[in-house]
Design a protein around this ligand. Structure first.
Ligand SMILES: [Zn+2]
Length: 86
């Protein structure tokens, strides 16, 4: 079932995030990387560390990767442009 907006509004066509490569591809696969970061702590026996999980999105055509932040920024631009029309 398609989700519908409230109040009798109609959805407009979605604006797609597209790869900026030549193919203007809209499909991405998700890539995860996992790491652990250690801190040197003076005068302490405790080992202090962070676990890090990074997520990238890779264009299925040209292999270019984008971070979540890059994609969010582009979507935020779409929103700004749409808001400017009101
Ligand atoms: Zn691409």
């Amino acid at each position: 079932m398609t989700e519908r907006p409230q109040g009798g509004k109609r959805w407009k066509c979605p604006r797609l995030f597209l790869c900026d490569g030549a193919a203007k591809n809209k499909n991405f696969t998700r890539i995860h990387s996992f790491s652990i970061r250690f801190y040197g702590v003076n005068f302490s026996d405790d080992l202090v560390y962070d676990k890090l999980t990074d997520e990238l999105f890779q264009c299925t055509k040209c292999g270019k990767t984008f971070t979540t932040l890059q994609i969010e920024n582009v979507l935020a631009e779409f929103k700004k442009k749409e808001e400017a029309r009101y």
